[in-house]
Design a protein around this ligand. Structure first.
Ligand code: C5P
Length: 245
């Protein structure tokens, strides 16, 4: 399914639901509850490592797919893995920007080749800057010292100049990245928490309306939808919150 982008997007189009569930059947059940109320579905590591292509096939006709693989390896290996991912029919695929410029370029090449091999258009390549679960103390501990915002800007610039179509960043960095990189790159933002929901392990969080106002294209929302008594109603509430903001 095709992905739309732009100022005219409705609140619901901007929600990407993370299908963080153990199997394709649960993914499909959750996706059906959200169908028509979100713009995109995210298949991440939990589902993909256990079930591979079947995880994507289970939900592919319900919405465009964000395949969140967060690839990070030597360029040759990432290119080959991206070739496989490019043939799966996803609209967005992720890598880690910290893999470096050559790895980002290799991923782009692999996605294009994989998509072409099955007659599809290439998925957009998104680079994860800094995981939204890390705070400044965590960054210092892994040797990426300094404020997270600086690491995000540095990695964001690197990835976009190496060919990434967009970035994954926290709500806290959206406006700085927009100011630094302009309108072109997609900004996809996890760690979004509607008023009153638990942060869980996310550290750098923001609300749906403020994150879109700052310049985010898509909001990745997992537990606040998955764990809601009525996920469809929860998605509608978030969409309304975005539209109102
Ligand atoms: O449940 P929650 O809303 O925190 O889910 C966020 C989703 O976004 C998870 O699937 C997680 O893997 C993903 N993600 C993230 N931080 C990033 C990139 C992706 O939390 N930097």
């Amino acid at each position: 399914m095709e992905l739309t982008r732009g100022r005219t997007m409705k609140g619901s189009d901007r929600i990407c639901a993370a299908l963080d569930v153990p199997d394709p059947q649960s993914a499909r059940a959750l996706a059906q509850k959200l169908s028509g109320r979100v713009g995109m579905l995210k298949v991440g590591l939990e589902l993909f490592v256990a079930h591979g292509r079947a995880a994507v096939d289970a939900v592919r006709e319900l919405a465009p797919i964000f395949l969140d693989l967060k690839l990070h390896d030597i360029p040759q290996t990432v290119e080959s893995a991206a070739r496989g991912a490019g043939a799966l029919g996803a609209s967005l695929v992720t890598i880690h920007a910290s893999g470096g410029a050559a790895m980002v370029a290799a991923a782009k090449k692999g996605l294009a080749a994989g998509a072409q091999s099955v007659g599809l258009s290439a998925p957009k390549l998104l680079a994860v800057t800094v995981l939204t679960s890390l705070d400044d103390a965590d960054l210092t501990a892994i040797g990426l010292g300094g404020p997270s915002r600086e690491a995000v800007l540095r990695l964001g610039r690197l990835a976009v100049s190496a060919g990434a179509d967009g970035l994954v960043c926290s709500p806290h960095e959206v406006s700085a990245l927009r100011a630094a990189l302009g309108h072109e790159p997609w900004l996809v933002v996890p760690g979004v928490r509607p008023a009153g929901s638990a942060a869980g392990d996310q550290r750098r969080t923001g609300t749906p309306a403020s994150t879109v106002r700052d310049g985010a294209d898509l909001l990745v929302i997992g537990r606040p939808l998955r764990d809601a008594a009525d996920p469809g109603a929860a998605a509608e509430t978030i969409a309304a919150e975005i539209d109102a903001g």
